[in-house]
Write a protein that binds this ligand. Structure first.
Ligand code: SF4
Length: 249
C-alpha cells in the first residue's frame, strides 16, 4: 500500500520482468560491508515515500524515469558485462539489490540471484525498508539483509513505518543489520524503543544524515560518541563523502 500522495503506482504484473532504474559498479558505501567492491542493481518503485528520500527518481510521479524491463538472464548479462570491463572477479564482488524498495519485486528476485550465481557472484546484499516479509526463497538466497526501518523523521507515523512481522522475520535470519540515518539526538529514543530488542546492539548501525561531505562531517563526532556509549556500530556514508551523493556512485 503506498503512503505518499505522489507515489507512482507499480504494475501488478510484470510478466516475470524486473523494472530497472540503474546498474553500476562501485564500492558498498555504508553499513557492515562499506568499502567492498559491489555492483548495484537499483529497481524502480517504492511503497513508502519518505519526505527526505534521495532516490525519488525511482518512485515519484513526474520524477520517475523511463527504465527498461529486464528478464533475470538479461539483467545478469548486463551486470556481468560491467564487471568484465574491470579486473574484479565476480566472486569478490557483492551484488547489492536496492531501490526504491526492491522487496516489491521479491517474487522475481530468486531467479535473478540464481542467474548471477552462474557467473560466479556469490554474495547478495538486500537494501530494504523492512516492510515486506521475505519468502523462504529469498531468505535462502540473500547473504545479508541491510534493513533500514524508517523513523518518524521521514514524515510518516510509526504505525505506517513499522511492520513487526517483517522485521522479526528479517532479524531471525541471523544475517541482518538494522541501519538508520540519524538526523538529531531525538532519533536515539525511537531506535532504542522500537528496534533495540530485535537485534543485538552490534547489529544496529547508525549513519550521519547529510548529502554533502561537510554536513556529514559535522554530525560524525557526536554520533560516533553516542554509538560508542550504546554499543552500536557507526558507519560513514562513503558515497556522500567521496562524491557528494552523485548518482551512479
Ligand atoms: S523507503 Fe527508501 S526508497 Fe522508499 S521513499 Fe523511503 S528512503 Fe526512498
Amino acid at each position: 500500500m503506498p503512503y505518499h500522495p505522489k507515489i507512482a503506482p507499480w504494475p501488478e504484473e510484470f510478466t516475470g520482468l524486473l523494472p530497472v532504474s540503474e546498474v553500476f559498479y562501485s564500492q558498498q558505501g555504508e553499513g557492515r560491508f562499506a568499502g567492498v567492491p559491489a555492483v548495484f542493481i537499483r529497481l524502480k518503485y517504492c511503497n513508502l515515500g519518505c519526505s527526505w528520500c534521495d532516490t525519488r527518481f525511482t518512485w515519484e510521479e513526474g520524477k520517475i524515469e523511463e527504465g527498461a524491463l529486464f528478464s533475470a538472464s538479461d539483467l545478469a548479462n548486463l551486470v556481468t558485462d560491467q564487471i568484465a570491463l574491470t579486473q574484479a572477479k565476480p566472486k569478490n564482488v557483492h551484488v547489492v539489490l536496492t531501490g526504491g524498495e526492491p522487496m516489491l519485486h521479491q517474487d522475481r528476485l530468486p531467479a535473478l540471484v540464481d542467474e548471477l550465481g552462474k557467473y560466479g557472484f556469490g554474495f547478495f546484499e538486500m537494501e530494504t525498508n523492512g516492510m515486506f516479509v521475505p519468502s523462504l526463497e529469498m531468505v535462502e538466497r540473500i547473504s545479508w539483509w541491510n534493513c533500514s526501518p524508517k523513523l518518524t523523521n521521514n514524515g510518516l507515523v510509526r504505525e505506517v513505518n513499522i511492520v513487526p512481522e517483517a522485521l522479526h522475520t528479517i532479524a531471525a535470519t541471523g544475517h541482518a543489520d538494522f541501519k538508520f540515518v540519524v538526523q538529531s539526538r531525538s532519533d536515539f529514543d525511537e531506535i532504542a524503543r522500537d528496534f533495540a530488542s530485535l537485534v543485538s546492539a552490534e547489529s544496529i548501525i547508525l549513519m550521519p544524515e547529510g548529502i554533502t561531505p561537510q554536513s556529514q562531517l559535522a554530525v560524525m563526532p557526536w554520533l560516533m560518541e553516542e554509538c560508542s556509549r550504546r554499543g552500536y556500530r557507526f558507519s560513514p556514508r562513503l558515497q556522500v563523502l567521496a562524491w557528494g551523493n552523485q548518482r551512479g556512485r
